[in-house]
Design a protein around this ligand. Structure first.
Ligand SMILES: Cc1cc2nc3c(=O)[nH]c(=O)nc-3n(C[C@H](O)[C@H](O)[C@H](O)COP(=O)(O)OP(=O)(O)OC[C@H]3O[C@@H](n4cnc5c(N)ncnc54)[C@H](O)[C@@H]3O)c2cc1C
Length: 379
């Protein structure tokens, strides 16, 4: 199955599959070389070497201008990697999420300093928006940027931040004007070794590199501002408009992997005198899984096409794609577990792994309820 694609996209998708085969982890979480919950630097370097990370950052491999990858390409990268290796997929995506604010809104100096390093896998990036008291309501964020000299000092906390506390640089969203919600937020590029910045890892259901950060008077100057002071919320939303459909692509890749496993298993497994797939209820479940996965894929690539063509409905379509694809993947993975029976819950089974991986995307980068709110607002 798959949406009609032009030759270049098909060739790119084949190239991703070839590169993915060279990455030395499996779709289980037993293989990664880092401790669970910590950044896997060896994997990031490998993603850089085989060319997958540079594909996310055009201009780094060919010395051309540093620029965004087309949304369609970002989605192809995430969907195809997710089918075979969610660990590699997530490592790649988080480099993008942490670095794109600089690529889209940063200064030439910030881009030159960090983008090639992130593309090679040598520097680890992170996007730090969420706080203990500001999650879904991100405009309520309270990490204080207090004026100091010609810059600021940052005081406060960020939490549930992917790649923290190991990242080499963070795009941090801080409150420069109190009481103004989204209008008084500034984005800063903060190197991970700045004095006053500390953090600790958080252990999650799936081994996602993630942590908590404490800012105790971290100094930042005008050269660290990403975009324009007090307009950092626009920086965050610009990145999320691009990355939300790609979370959908990640979900579609996982759904595809679960569906393939369910088809294979129900062909092989014999019960009541024939293969499980011969039972109408099983065949209809597979049909439903396939149909919903394809519908999710269509929404994802429609949102990506809207972004690439500069269309007026980027935010609306991105929200629809993320909502539908992540909810669909949850259904498909759960149905695949059911069709496998007990073996799917055995530690180390592909579906046991996917069952844990598929849950978080319905919460991060805006929970499903927030996507519905965005859709209702933009209809
Ligand atoms: C694996 C993982 C990785 C993450 N990575 C990052 C990262 O790199 N950077 C970063 O900044 N953050 C990151 N996050 C944080 C994530 O973005 C937040 O968890 C998310 O925005 C939700 O915030 P919250 O957890 O505080 O939930 P809350 O805001 O407390 O919401 C809890 C629930 O309340 C409901 N709800 C909230 N608001 C509404 C509403 N308006 N209408 C209806 N229902 C509502 C929803 O069901 C929601 O799930 C990550 C989270 C996870 C799990």
């Amino acid at each position: 199955m798959g949406i009609p694609r032009n030759d270049t996209d098909q060739e790119f998708a084949r190239w991703i599959d070839e590169c993915a085969a060279k990455i030395d982890t499996t779709a289980t979480d037993t293989a990664p070389s880092a401790e669970p919950g910590r950044v896997d630097r060896a994997l990031l370097l490998r993603l850089g070497e085989v060319g997958l990370l540079p594909a996310l950052f055009p201009g780094t491999a060919d010395d051309g201008p540093l620029r965004e990858a087309p949304a369609t390409r970002l989605c192809l990268l995430r969907e195809h990697l997710a089918r075979t290796d969610t660990h590699a997929e997530t490592a790649l995506a988080l480099q993008g999420l942490g670095t794109y604010p600089l690529l889209q809104s940063g200064t030439e100096r910030q881009r030159r300093r960090w983008v090639p390093e992130a593309a090679s896998g040598r520097a680890v990036a992170a996007f730090a928006l969420t706080e203990p008291d500001a999650g879904s309501d991100a405009a309520a964020l309270g990490l204080r940027a207090e004026p100091f000299g010609d810059g600021w000092r940052l005081h406060g906390e960020k939490t549930w931040i992917s790649n923290a506390p190991d990242a080499d640089f963070y795009t941090v969203f801080a409150r420069t004007t109190p009481g103004t919600r989204s209008r008084g937020v500034t984005a800063f590029c903060v190197p991970g070794d700045r004095p006053g910045l500390t953090g600790s890892p958080l252990e999650m259901l799936s081994p996602h590199a993630l942590g908590h950060l404490v800012f105790d008077g971290v100094e930042v100057g005008p050269e660290d501002v990403v975009g324009v002071p007090d307009q950092g919320f626009t920086v965050a939303m610009r990145t999320l408009d691009l990355f939300r459909p790609s979370v959908g692509a990640f979900a579609v890749g996982m759904a595809d992997a679960a569906l393939a496993a369910a088809k294979e298993h129900t062909d092989r497994r014999s019960a009541f005198g024939g293969p499980l797939r011969g039972l109408q209820t099983v065949a209809h479940t597979l049909a439903e899984m396939a149909t919903r996965t394809e519908a999710a894929r269509l929404l994802v690539y429609s949102a990506a096409a809207e972004y690439d063509s500069g269309g007026p409905d980027v935010t609306l379509r991105a929200a629809m794609a993320k909502l539908f694809a992540t909810e669909t993947a949850q259904y498909v993975v759960d149905a695949a577990v059911q069709l496998h029976g007990a073996r799917a819950l055995h530690r180390g089974h592909l579906l046991e792994h996917l069952y844990r991986e598929v849950r978080a995307p319905r919460i991060y980068e805006g929970a499903s309820e927030i996507q519905r709110q965005i859709i209702a607002r933009h209809m």
